[in-house]
Each structure stands twice: as structure tokens, then as C-alpha cells.
Design a protein around this ligand. Structure first.
Ligand code: ADP
Length: 170
């Protein structure tokens, strides 16, 4: 199984090859972790996001992922992914798993050895913490990703506890 660690903290400080942004489909910034990442990275990140091809304003459909440089962040890359809005889709777990898988695959494709995730969809997108933790940790445990060091940056104790419980019962 991939080496998976949990920390309580701000993902913009993560010293890893790639940090994952819980973005929205337009990929031009937003609130929550997206806003924090853009503020810490500086304007180069937004400029790179604008260069990602858009179809009807959509740069990254839900469940997919896109990669850019990381501006002033310690990481080399930002991998932008879009998790499901929990109450708006009929199969949230499949879309959340797909957001994690596509992010992990992009990290491998770009020769990353370490990747940091936030709790995708667990803020304004309303995904229940226990259910999200199970999907996140199960997806990351797949053999395909065992060469990656994976760290979850969980922003508060409640989210950390949900991940910790899920990891200890695996
Ligand atoms: P989503 O729209 O996918 O729900 P949010 O940004 O609203 O994304 O929330 C996702 C998770 O990221 C939430 O658990 C939120 O508390 C957390 N979060 C917010 N800021 C940060 C940060 N700087 N570092 C890590 N996690 C963060």
C-alpha cells in the first residue's frame, strides 16, 4: 500500500511535488482551499489556469483533473480536480473516487513522488466526512499508486478524526 499520512494543517505549506486543489469546473479560483492556494501561489497560478483549454467555460469537468505549475508555493505542481457537489449528483462516490484517481494518475505521469490532498468536496460541496474519508483512503490504497508518498492535509480536527478513524479500521 502507498505510504499515507494524515496531518492537520494548511496545504499551501506542504513540501511535496504536487498539491491537489479542490477546484471548481471553471478553474479560475474560488473560496475555501482553492482561494487559499491561489492567494499563496500568487498571480502566476491564475495565469496558468487561464491557459488550460476551456469548453463553454469549463476547464475541468467534475471527476477529472488538470495540472499547472505552482507559482510561489513550495510544491512543483498544482493538480486541480473537481469533486462532486454531494446533493447534486446521483453517484457522488464514483465521482469523488474519480477525482482522486485522476489526480494520482497525473502525479505519476509527471514523475511526482509525493502528493498532498485536501478533503475534496468536504467544504461547500457538502460531502459527509466519514463517507468521503472512506472513498479517499480506499482510492489512494490501490496498488497503482504505491510508489507515491501521499499526505492528507486536513484543515480541522473534525475532518482529521474522520480520516484517522477510517485509516485505523482499514
Ligand atoms: P469543496 O468545494 O471541494 O467542498 P472547499 O475548499 O470548500 O472545497 O473545502 C474542502 C476542504 O478543504 C474542507 O475540509 C476545508 O475545510 C478544507 N480547507 C480549506 N482551506 C484549506 C487549506 N488552506 N488547507 C487545507 N484544507 C483546507
Amino acid at each position: 500500500m502507498a505510504d499515507t499520512r494524515l496531518v492537520v494543517g494548511d496545504i499551501t505549506t506542504a513540501e511535496v511535488d504536487a498539491i491537489v486543489n479542490a477546484a471548481n469546473e471553471r478553474m479560475l479560483g474560488g473560496g475555501g482551499v482553492d482561494g487559499a492556494i491561489h492567494r499563496a501561489a500568487g498571480p502566476d497560478l491564475l495565469a496558468e489556469c487561464r491557459k488550460v483549454p476551456a469548453v463553454n467555460g469549463i476547464r475541468c469537468p467534475t471527476g477529472e483533473a488538470r495540472i499547472t505549475g505552482a507559482g510561489n508555493l513550495p510544491a512543483r505542481y498544482v493538480i486541480h480536480t473537481v469533486g462532486p457537489v454531494y446533493h447534486q449528483v446521483s453517484h457522488p462516490a464514483a465521482l469523488l473516487a474519480s477525482a482522486y484517481r485522476n489526480s494520482l494518475q497525473l502525479a505519476l505521469d509527471n514523475a511526482c513522488r509525493s502528493i498532498a490532498f485536501p478533503a475534496i468536496s468536504c467544504g461547500v460541496f457538502g460531502y459527509p466526512l466519514e463517507a468521503a474519508a472512506k472513498v479517499a483512503l480506499e482510492t489512494c490504497a490501490a496498488r497503482d499508486y504505491e510508489s507515491l508518498n501521499i499526505v492528507f492535509y486536513l484543515f480541522d480536527e473534525t475532518t482529521y478524526s474522520a480520516w484517522h478513524r477510517s485509516l485505523s479500521t482499514r
